[in-house]
Design a protein around this ligand. Sequence first.
Ligand code: F0G
Length: 454
Amino acid sequence: MKTVIEPFRIKSVEPIRMTTQEERRELIRAAKFNLFGLHSDDVLIDLLTDSGTGAMSVGQWAAMMRGDESYAGSPSFYRFEAAVKNLMPFRHVIPTHQGRAAEAILFSIFGGAGRNIPSNTHFDTTRGNIEASGAEAYDLVIDEGLDPQSPYPFKGNMNLERLEVFLVEHGDSVPCVMLTITNNAGGGQPVSLENIRATAALARRHDKPFFIDGCRFAENAWFIKQREPDQANRSIPDIVRDCFAEADGMTMSAKKDAFGNIGGWLALNDDGLAEQARSHLLRTEGFPTYGGLAGRDLEALAQGLAEIVDEDYLRYRIQTNTYIIDRLDALDVPVVKPAGGHAVFIDARKWLGHIPPLAYPGQALAVALYELGGIRGCEIGTVMFGAHPDGSESPAAMDLVRLAFPRRTYTQSHADYLIEVFAELAKRKDSLTGYRITEQPRLLRHFTCAFEPL
Ligand code: F0G
């Protein structure tokens, strides 16, 4: 059969509060045209993020009842630790409340003024933690990764030539090499096993520890299985183990590929580094057998890790994006191709060519999707990246809108509805206007700034 069905039944539901276009026009106006300002029960389909927003399984809810809340040595921790080590065989696994807490700990060790840290593309919080320590963050993704139309199968790959030059040039000031799988900031695009191995080998040759930001490791492994020579007959857990066997450590947001609503970890092999990390953890997160989490959260993650590597799930997960991208493509909506792991990215600058970048075409599209269809996405463009510390502003490299899919949460009819909203919008897109920012904070303006239509 060609139809890929959702590989689950629904036992418990969250009603969606239906709203009309008129109501939504008022609601978004009241939120000053900033989608982060909406109440989420005024949203029909919430594609703001895939982080912590997924549905947990019966197995996870059942496991939560087993959660042991002992301050030290909880059996829930040992089940969590075993589940992580089963896929990522690091010597030390340190739980944290989410991914950025693991990053903060890692860069309290590796960061600092004068240090330079390369990755394919650092996620915002990773970059934020590096820069807050005084170090500098560099993105060295391959050129195909910056071209929305390139069909290259592994657009998240590290540019190895640039990394080599970088390591020679920056020498001792480089404390580690990072790699984000999948490359979220670059469209959820995967990194090949070959590229992971080559990046690790290069780091080793220069005597640098190699760390993976593994948030979407299972989606990445699925792409490796589908697209990389000689991987088609291998199991997902085997591919995952091969990826992490190359690394000296990892940071993880368990709100993504561990099916958690909260959670994360830092894992590493080096005993000395682990000791430093644990003493930081004790100060900021909690005792090393719970980090920033409850015992029940650790149980949910242990079970989630067993479920996320299921091939029926991963096939359905990636097929959802492919299904939507193929149909948007047929409507001539410019989408980032090929389909990434967790989100569909629309090239708003191209689609709304009549709105100049400094009038925020991504914001115009995101607001229109909400008004017309009650869909909440996220502008990833000039609103997010266009403001500079000196108060000036320039267009970002791209003006995209990200529609990120919570795991196991929406069904194909939600996808069909989304496609219908785009078909309707296609008819009236030339009448959309740009926006102007009327109030903004100094940093991370996209979360709270106020807009006015032009
Ligand atoms: N690394 C990557 C690649 C991420 O996508 C995220 C979060 C983090 C680290 C930080 O993890 O949220 O648990 O602290 N990404 C979310 C998103 C917020 O919407 O893409 P966290």
